[in-house]
Design a binder for this molecule. Sequence first.
Ligand code: CA
Length: 243
Amino acid sequence: MKEIFEDYLKSHNYTRFDLKAVLFDMDGVLYDSMKWHSKSWHETMSEFGIKTTPEEFYEYEGMVGRSTIDHLFNREKGRDATDEEKEIIYKRKTDLFKQYNDNSLIPFSYDFVKKVHSQGLETLVVTGSGQRSLIDKIEHNFPGLFSREKMVTAHDVKKGKPNPEPYLMGLEKAGNLRPNQAIVVENAPRGIEAAKAAGIFTIAINTGPLSEKSLSDAGANIVLPSMEALYNNWDKYYPIIKG
Ligand code: CA
């Protein structure tokens, strides 16, 4: 197990970890919301005559909405969506998501965030989501654990995952940290690619329907079946990465 951490250090030319922050993806990591996102996307696209499967949206998870829409338009219509189409489609998807979403948490997400926060680590949310109610929701479900100013959302970034920009911004907001001073907790291939491209050690928890292999192929350093498994393994990892 220790080798996984040593391999990371060696391949990134670091001599040690110096952990200061944990960067959390939101949907599928903190909230059990991906099933509602995928249902809302699938139904919205059907209404606009674009064929999709509910499952494929797990492949696009983490990307900002406008990129997902362009990807599907190119595949099904051979062109990008217009700005107006993007706006209408994203609004419809957001409205459906609001109807369906029950705000349930991924089991053990609150416990894990609280645990690392009580160890003195900075805890940040780095998400491709642009929901306006997001900050209030986070403050309600994770009181005192995430600060408003340090959150990275769809409104902060130009490119979005799988581009490293959101996680690089997360490092900056956490206090201009270097990659070996943080870890990322992700659940989706595009999010893992973003974290890896930012050079950060990435723990994937597989809370969706994709295979564990799809998460390790995307570049996750560790793949676990659940947040509960991360909570339980943390006492083994922490002495190695606290620096
Ligand atoms: Ca996610």
